[in-house]
Ligand binder design. Structure first.
Ligand code: ZN
Length: 229
């Protein structure tokens, strides 16, 4: 099965070989889209991404960098050339995505790197995927979305189990945690918390106590109570 590391290696190889040179380019604001050959996409699709990027940058209070966004029609089109087209490489400022993804999720990964460096990312996946899902700009209520999944939420323990990996089909649950934190403590506190996270699991508890004045275990209990009601 392909993963993010393989996708990064393979896409950089392909780039060096000039594979993307004949892909048509379109610029929308800071985003340069590289479009899969002979694949027609409505301008609205691009504009939505540009708008999501600008709006989320404002929310996160960062200067959005220029991005290269490689657009594939489907997941299968990527697999054919040895990549999975749903990854963002923040250090490279590069996205490989497909048509049916949300407008905001991948682009928010680029912005997140501006509030907390990529080196801390492997240990804070819950918060990063939660943030990117919360800011995906689909207008979906994360709580309702999480509740609609076929999963027993009380058995998940995400705040302890998902720091290094969030199950792909359970992103809305991570999104609902961010939604809850914003609702209870406010956006500014969430930002402060996200900025302060470091490359260790213990650190999130320390920062939760400092910023939210409750432990991670309490936060999880309170979130669960909220989502179950
Ligand atoms: Zn993501």
């Amino acid at each position: 099965m392909l993963n993010g590391v393989q996708t990064r290696k393979r896409t950089q190889e392909l780039k060096k070989q000039g594979f993307y040179n004949n892909w048509p380019k379109k610029k929308f604001g800071l985003i340069t889209f590289h479009i899969y050959p002979e694949f027609n996409v409505n301008n609205e699709w691009f504009k939505k991404r540009e708008k999501a990027y600008t709006a989320n940058a404002k929310l996160l209070k960062v200067k959005p960098p220029k991005v290269n966004f490689y657009l594939y029609p489907t997941k299968e089109a990527g697999i054919k050339i040895g990549i999975l087209p749903f990854y963002t490489f923040p250090k490279l400022k590069e996205i490989h995505g497909h048509l049916n993804q949300s407008p905001g999720h991948e682009l928010t990964h680029i912005l997140h790197e501006k509030i907390n460096k990529a080196g801390n990312n492997p240990k804070n996946k819950l918060w990063i995927e939660g943030l990117c899902t919360y800011l995906n700009r689909t207008g979906t209520d994360q709580k309702k979305w999480a509740l609609s999944l076929n999963v027993k939420i009380e058995s998940l323990n995400p705040l302890n189990n998902w720091m290094t990996h969030v199950p792909g089909d359970l992103y809305p649950v991570a999104g609902s945690i961010v939604q809850y934190v914003v609702k209870r403590f406010g956006w500014e506190k969430l930002l402060l918390f996200l900025k302060s996270l470091k490359d260790s699991l213990e650190y999130q508890n320390k920062m939760s106590l400092k910023v939210f004045k409750i432990s991670i275990d309490e936060l999880q209990k309170d979130w669960l109570k909220w989502i179950k009601n």
